[in-house]
Write a protein that binds this ligand. Structure first.
Ligand code: FES
Length: 235
């Protein structure tokens, strides 16, 4: 099978069911990486207020590229900075939550195991708010990927608490300035290059071209997950 055919098989499988076929991820840098400063807005184009982000819901926005999905979460409680340790022994400081209660956090919604991520048709990776227990992690307040059962702790910098994911979810660094929420960059290892490589045909279909899929954004529209995707797979 040539490379083009292989990638086609991978992307078809990954977008329609849990991805099973491809192997080793390339890991990026673990330190803070600034991107364009981007304002988070609601569907009306107005800045999202912390009050609009309900602790009982999960939200999606796209950052730092127009095609790379992120989860926006109000934990309903303060999230303090914490040192995140990766399996290779590297550590970095996650900055904690933002907003008046320091409870609002964001992470890339691209699973660090095999890149499962929300699409318009389905999502296997989701946040389980308070009272909605995830079966694998056996707890709530957790991000779980049902593709191969990895779980991540959004109150602890996205660290891995279960499953095969090799490193934490990439954290999106937020700031809260005069009532507005901004995304500033990322923290932790990134998987964007793998994402663009593996899902190239699908991204072309969704965004018109690879170049457009890689456009950096300075405004991000926040949607409830159920407004973005047809099927939310929970486990
Ligand atoms: S893609 Fe395998 S656990 Fe998420």
């Amino acid at each position: 099978m040539d490379r083009r055919s292989f990638l086609k098989v991978c992307t078809t499988v990954a977008l329609t069911s849990p991805p099973l076929l491809y192997g080793v991820l390339r890991a990026g840098e673990s330190e803070f990486k600034p991107y364009k400063k981007a304002l988070l807005v609601n569907k009306d184009g107005k800045p999202v207020t912390p009050e609009e982000i309900k602790p009982s819901k999960e939200y999606i926005f796209f950052y730092p590229y127009r095609s790379t999905p992120c989860l926006l979460i109000n934990l309903g409680r303060r999230a303090d900075p914490v040192e995140v340790e990766t399996k290779d022994g590297h550590t970095y400081l996650w900055r904690g939550g933002v907003g008046p209660d320091r409870s609002i956090v964001a992470f890339s919604a691209i699973c660090t195991h095999q890149l499962s991520h929300p699409t318009p048709s389905t999502t296997f990776i989701n946040y389980y708010p308070e009272g909605k227990k995830a079966k694998i992690a056996k707890r709530d307040l957790v991000i779980q990927c049902c593709a191969h059962m990895s779980a991540f702790d959004p109150a602890k910098g996205g660290k891995v608490i279960e499953g095969p994911a090799p490193f934490p979810l990439t954290a999106i660094v937020l700031s809260y300035e005069q009532g507005k929420i901004y995304a500033l960059g990322t923290l932790g290892k990134e998987v964007y290059e793998d994402f663009f490589d593996v899902f190239k045909p699908d991204l072309r279909k969704l965004y018109g071209s690879s170049r457009k899929a890689r456009e950096l954004v300075d405004v991000c529209t926040v949607l409830e997950m159920e407004e973005y995707t047809e099927e939310i797979v929970r486990c």
